[in-house]
Ligand binder design. Sequence first.
Ligand code: C2G
Length: 132
Amino acid sequence: MRKIITYGTFDMLHYGHINLLRRAKSLGDYLIVALSTDEFNRTKGKECYFSYEQRRLLLEAIRYVDLVIPETSWDQKISDVQEFRVDTFCMGDDWKGKFDFLEPYCEVVYFGRTPEISTTRIKDELGQTLAK
Ligand code: C2G
């Protein structure tokens, strides 16, 4: 069984996230998503609209996702890969090169980001609409 892992905040879930998760699952048989906790997001300078529990509920409803674990630190990736016996780590290419340190432990794949959609853009455009 080929195991895949990816990491992220996945706030205000949108089709860019789904594209990533679908392609991640296509690399193997079992997809683990390490979901950034609210506390970890604050260290990333992100304030989520949905809480960790709400974001976890949404991710667990996605057919491509087999397991959601918390991401609490930048430093857990090597131990995650070893603990879960992961074959492939993948991320969108906005992170290209940033996680190549994992190459001795697993395959590292960067997918092209889905253009034009982002949680930030959704928030900005909704804010403008509501402000009218
Ligand atoms: N993504 C994408 N296309 C978009 C938006 C996001 O492919 N239009 C991908 C990102 O590249 C990432 C994943 O979806 O692989 C989750 O994106 P975010 O929730 O923004 O994750 P991020 O805040 O970048 O957290 O340790 C890594 C971090 O937790 C990544």
